[in-house]
Structure formats: C-alpha cells, structure tokens
Design a protein. Structure first.
Length: 57
C-alpha cells in the first residue's frame, strides 16, 4: 500500500486545465484496485435517498 506523504509545498488554487496532471501524480492503487472498487460500489449502493422537493425550505 502506498504511503500518503504530506506535501510541504504551498497550497494554491488549481484550474481544470491542470486536472490531468494532478490525476497523473496520484499513486496507483495496484493490488488494492479491486477492493477499492468493491468498497466504492458498496458505499454507492447504500447511500440514503435524497429528499424529494425543495431542500432549502
């Protein structure tokens, strides 16, 4: 499993144009990819339904 290392670089706002570069720098899941996919699918299937109607009442 990859270790997440906190960056010491200053945080700055990113643009959509920089998204691909950002995603390319993320660590690869490798062997954990299947388990991660199953976890995400399980979470997605068990989300509560959104309320009907206006949410800002």
């Amino acid at each position: 499993m990859e270790k997440i290392v906190q960056s010491t670089e200053a945080v700055r706002q990113q643009t959509i144009r920089e998204l691909k570069s950002l995603l390319d720098r993320l660590p690869r899941l490798g062997k954990e990819a299947d388990d991660f996919e199953k976890d995400i699918e399980d979470i997605r299937c068990h989300q509560p339904n959104l309320p009907l109607g206006e949410t800002w009442e």
